[in-house]
Design a binder for this molecule. Structure first.
Ligand code: ATP
Ligand code: MG
Length: 171
């Protein structure tokens, strides 16, 4: 078991390609109400969690809810790939605006494993190339997180580290 320390009031940003296990990790380590997932918000605004054309509206709504939670002093977890710089920049800015510490937890699972999982999922139908792009973005992202303003960065490499991780809130 590895304890990941996370400030009791923080904005926890999960980072990982599709299929890396972000939603599973969030479900295992946080209360359902603490987790805001881009899929859930796509479904809320467009009735379809896979409708990428709804992403702008979905993230707009997600940021709004996250902001209201942080204003209320509630730890909040963002369950989205967050492999793109601009996605993380918006979340760091949101945390700062509410005087809350941004924390990154990276799930770094081999791309092949993620693809094998994706192929088995009835709820995902994107092509192999999408994952390749996300992987390249992820590699670049890992090096940048501290500089981007994440005060705590936890990088979990591989299935064993992901499964062994637990969260320790730090007061
Ligand atoms: P997306 O970005 O597409 O939402 P995700 O990162 O949230 O993906 P999950 O939905 O958590 O990924 O997991 C992807 C698939 O892998 C699911 O079918 C899930 O059941 C499986 N999975 C997740 N974690 C594990 C694990 N530790 N061991 C085995 N299978 C897992
Ligand atoms: Mg997910």
């Amino acid at each position: 078991m590895t304890e990941l320390t996370v400030p009791a009031l923080s904005l926890v940003v999960l980072v990982g390609i599709s299929g890396s296990g972000k939603s599973t990790f969030a479900q295992r380590n946080f209360a359902p109400s603490q987790v805001l997932s881009s899929d859930a918000f796509r479904a809320m605004v467009a009735d379809d969690e896979n409708d990428q054309s709804a992403s702008a509206a979905a993230f707009d709504a997600l940021h709004y809810v996250a902001g209201r939670r942080l204003a209320g002093g509630r730890l909040t977890v963002i369950d989205a790939t967050n492999v793109q710089d601009h996605a993380r920049a918006g979340l760091v800015a949101l945390a700062r605006a509410h005087d809350v510490l941004p924390v990154a937890i990276v799930l770094d699972l081999p791309e092949e494993e993620c693809w094998a999982r994706t192929e088995r999922r009835p709820d995902r139908s994107f092509g192999r190339g999408v994952l390749g792009r996300q992987s390249r973005d992820l590699r670049r992202s890992i090096k940048r997180l501290s500089r981007e303003g994440f005060r705590t960065v936890h990088v979990l490499h591989g299935l064993e580290e992901i499964e062994a991780a637990t969260i320790r809130p730090q007061r």
